[in-house]
Every structure is written in C-alpha cells, then in structure tokens.
Design a protein around this ligand. Structure first.
Ligand code: HEC
Length: 142
C-alpha cells in the first residue's frame, strides 16, 4: 500500500513539475543556455577588477553558445513559454549576424582577459558584449 501511495505521489509530482517547467525540447534547451549566459555575465561583471581567468572562461562559454545558438531556433518555435518572436524567421540572416556579433564581442573580451588588460579595458569589453545581447533582444525577444 505504501508503495502504491508513493508511486501515485510520484506520478502527481512529475505532472506538476512538467506543467511548471513548460518549455520542452529545443526551446527548453536554448532557454537554459540563455540563463547560463546571464549567470556568465554576472560572473564577468563581478570580476572586472578581480579574476581575469574567470572572465576568460565565462566569455569563452558565451562565445561557444553564440556560435551554435542559431541551430536552436527551428522555424516557428515560439511555443509558450518561449519569448522568441516570429521576426527571427523573417530575418534569419540578420538574426545570424547578431549572433555572430555576439560571438565576436565575447571572443574579444576573452582575448582581453587573457592578455592582462586593465579593469578599464575589460569594462569596455564587457559593455560592448552586453550591447550585442541587447541588440538581438530588442528585435527578436518579447
Ligand atoms: C542573436 C540573438 C540573441 C543574442 C545575441 C542573445 N540573445 Fe538572449 N535571447 C534571444 C532570444 C530569441 C531569446 C528568447 C528565447 C526563447 O524564449 O525561446 C533570448 C532569451 C534570453 C534570456 C531569457 C531566458 C529565459 O527563458 O529565462 C536571457 C536571460 C538572455 N537571453 C540573455 C542573453 C545574454 C546575457 C546575452 C549576451 C551575452 C544574450 N542573451 C544574447 C536572443 C539572443
């Protein structure tokens, strides 16, 4: 009986957690990766006068994701709770260019961090990178 109740509870809990998570498959994957981007940007910001190795590592992660993100946007994948806008597929070339600009800015910041740049230069690199996130969100994210 206890086992039956446990199994029943488990099924109920799984259903609830699926309902809460909402996003599935490729949409969930890309949302998770973008959340990691946000965390990476936080770490970078906290290390502008700190550990350059952390900046290089996080910038490298952002660069890697920027280089593959367009593959995570199959046509029309805007199902709730995605915040992706249909304009992405009307202007996929521009969307791709913005992803490339994001990769390039992340690569620049990585190089700065690896070459012992001062906090001022790192801050400028960080801001330039942040702008490439915003440039894309302005037109392609709710
Ligand atoms: C080329 C376009 C593009 C670039 C560049 C880009 N994003 Fe996004 N981002 C999106 C889109 C589109 C979504 C919505 C994805 C979805 O909900 O399906 C998104 C979603 C997000 C989210 C919300 C994730 C969630 O569901 O909670 C965060 C946070 C985020 N991006 C951070 C960043 C950061 C930080 C950068 C830069 C380091 C960045 N993004 C660069 C297009 C971009």
């Amino acid at each position: 009986m206890t086992r039956l109740i446990t199994a029943f509870t488990f099924v109920c809990l799984s259903t609830i957690s699926i309902a809460h998570e909402g996003a599935e498959g490729v949409i969930k994957e890309r949302m998770d990766r973008f959340k990691q981007n946000k965390e990476a940007m936080k770490s970078i910001k906290g290390n502008l006068s700190g550990d350059a190795a952390v900046i290089a590592q996080k910038a490298s992660e952002i660069e890697a994701w920027a280089n593959e993100m367009v593959n995570f946007f199959p046509e029309g994948s805007t199902q709730s709770p995605s915040e992706a806008l249909p304009a992405i597929w009307k202007e996929f070339d521009r969307f791709t260019e913005l992803a490339n600009a994001n990769a390039k800015a992340a690569g620049n910041l990585k190089t700065l961090a690896q070459s012992g740049a001062d906090a001022n230069a790192l801050t400028n690199g960080f801001k330039a990178l942040g702008k490439t996130c915003k440039d894309c969100h302005n037109d392609y994210k709710e």
